[in-house]
Design a protein around this ligand. Structure first.
Ligand code: ZN
Length: 316
C-alpha cells in the first residue's frame, strides 16, 4: 500500500489535544462539567478525534484526574474517536479497561529527555511498549496503540536529535506490532525543511503507519510545519483550541497549533476538515472563560474569515 501524497485525498483530520496536551501545561483545573461541554461543542463543530486526557497518577497531573469520566462521556458521541495518553503499563491497563478506542504512548527520541522525563532509556520504553501490546492482546482488547515519537525534531535538554535515531525507534516499535506512529515536535524546534526531510525518511520505513503530525507553535512555525507534513502526504494533525498549552521550560511559549487556525489554513487550501469555523470560534470563547488568566494563542479569531472564503465556509 502506498502512502497518499500531496496529490492524494483532499481532506484532513484535525485531532483536538487541548484537553490533554493543553490542560496538562496550564495551572487551572477545568471542572469536569466544563470538559464535557468542551467535548460536546467540539463534536458539534465537526471534530471526530479528541484526545480526552491522560491516565497518569492524579498527584502528578490533578488537571487530568477525571480522565475516566471524561472518556466515558466522549464514548457516548457517535463516530467520535476518543483517545487517551498513557505513560506506562498501569495507565494502559486503565485505558483498556475503559475501552478507549486508542491509547497514545510517548517515546522520546532524545535519550536525555527520556531519562529526565520517564527515568527510562528509549530502549526501556520500547520494551514497555511490547509489554503493553502483550497485555492488550492477552485481554482481547481492541484499543489501538499509537506511538508519539516525542522530541523528534530536537530537544531542550539534549539539543540535536539524530534523524537516524528517530527512524531506528520507529522501526523498533513497528516491529513490536504497534498500530500507528506519529512524529511530535514537543518543544517547538522544527522547521518546514526539517519536517519534510524527516517525514520522508520515516515514511520509507513506516509507510501508512506513519499517519500523524504533532507540532507546537512555540516559535511561530506550527502551521508551516503542518503544511510541510501535508505535502509529504500526512493527513492527520494534532491541534488544540486557542493553541492552549505551553512549555514549563519556556515561559510565554505557545502551545499546540491552534485548532481554529489549522482549520482555516486547510479550508483556505480547499482541504475538507469537516469543521465549522464559527462553532470553533464560539468554543474558543468558552475555553477562554474556563481558563481565565491563562494565555490563549491563535490569530484567525481576531479578524475572522476573509470575505473571499466566507461563503464557502458557510456552505461547508
Ligand atoms: Zn505536545
Amino acid at each position: 500500500m502506498t502512502h497518499p501524497t500531496s496529490s492524494g485525498p483532499r481532506h484532513a483530520i484535525l485531532r483536538e489535544v487541548g484537553l490533554r496536551d493543553g490542560l496538562q501545561s496550564v495551572a487551572t483545573i477545568v471542572p469536569t462539567a466544563a470538559k464535557l461541554q468542551w467535548i460536546r461543542d467540539a463534536y458539534d463543530a465537526g471534530e471526530r478525534e479528541i484526545e480526552v486526557g491522560s491516565f497518569v497518577p492524579p498527584r502528578l497531573l490533578p488537571q487530568l484526574a477525571d480522565t475516566a469520566e471524561v472518556l466515558a462521556f466522549a464514548q457516548t458521541l457517535p463516530g467520535l474517536k476518543a483517545s487517551v495518553l498513557v505513560p506506562n503499563l498501569k495507565g494502559a491497563e486503565r485505558a483498556i479497561e475503559c475501552k478507549a478506542e486508542a491509547m497514545l504512548l510517548p517515546l522520546s527520541a532524545s535519550y536525555k529527555h527520556s531519562l529526565a522525563n520517564l527515568r527510562k532509556t528509549p530502549e526501556e520504553v520500547v520494551a514497555d511498549i511490547a509489554r503493553i501490546r502483550d497485555a492488550r492482546d492477552a485481554m482481547g482488547a481492541k484499543t489501538k496503540i499509537e506511538i508519539g515519537i516525542s522530541t523528534a525534531f530536537g530537544c531542550t535538554i539534549q539539543g540535536d536529535v539524530p534523524e537516524d535515531e528517530v527512524v531506528r525507534l520507529v522501526k523498533a516499535v513497528l516491529d513490536e506490532g504497534v498500530d500507528a506512529v506519529g512524529l511530535a515536535d514537543t518543544v517547538g524546534y522544527a522547521d518546514p525543511a526539517q519536517v519534510k526531510r524527516l517525514y520522508e525518511k520515516v515514511l520509507r520505513v513506516a509507510g501508512d503507519k506513519l499517519d500523524c503530525a504533532h507540532f507546537h507553535d512555540t516559535r511561530g512555525l506550527g502551521l508551516a510545519n503542518c503544511f510541510a507534513a501535508w505535502e509529504m502526504g500526512i493527513r492527520r494533525f494534532d491541534a488544540s483550541i486557542a493553541g492552549i498549552g505551553g512549555c514549563p521550560h519556556a515561559p510565554g511559549a505557545s502551545g499546540n497549533v491552534a485548532m481554529e487556525d489549522a482549520a482555516y489554513m486547510f479550508a483556505s487550501m480547499g482541504v475538507d476538515t469537516g469543521l465549522d469555523f464559527d462553532r470553533l470560534i464560539a468554543l474558543r470563547g468558552r475555553v477562554g472563560q474556563w481558563l481565565q488568566g491563562e494565555a490563549l494563542h491563535g490569530n484567525v479569531w481576531r479578524a475572522g474569515l476573509p470575505k473571499t472564503m466566507k461563503k464557502e465556509a458557510e456552505h461547508a
